[in-house]
Write a protein of this length. Structure first.
Length: 122
């Protein structure tokens, strides 16, 4: 679980650095109402961290998180996470686009999902 939170912190910092013009100083998309304790960027970072850990089930993710609630007291509830992940899907896609645009394009190869795919010309 320590590995999860270490990766979460790194991914959150990457999300923050590529979302300057998309979110406010609290890491949320500006909207009416009370600002949530768990920011939009944290929801996105948690989702991306779960992907990197090959956690494809919210149930499994929150079972793992439940054991560490005393170390991370501001963890979002599963229901709120699910709702806000859907709401922030567009923001997540914009952050991914900013990351891709920042790559200089000088690379010959990119690794996507870590699975080699043979490409042939027909």
């Amino acid at each position: 679980m320590h590995n999860f939170f270490a990766k979460f912190g790194i991914i959150l910092n990457v999300c923050k650095s590529f979302s300057n013009d998309l979110v406010n100083e609290n890491g949320n998309v500006p909207r009416r109402g009370v600002a949530p304790k768990f920011s939009d960027l944290e929801v996105i970072a948690m989702s991306l961290t779960a992907e990197t850990e090959s956690i494809d089930s919210e149930n499994r993710l929150f079972e793992m998180l439940k054991s560490s609630m005393n170390k991370q007291p501001n963890i979002i509830s599963r229901r709120q996470y699910n709702d806000r992940r859907k709401i922030t899907a567009g923001l997540c896609e914009e952050i991914r686009k900013h990351i891709v645009l920042s790559m200089d394009g000088g690379e010959d190869f990119f690794c996507i999902d870590g699975k080699p795919v043979e490409i042939t010309d027909n």
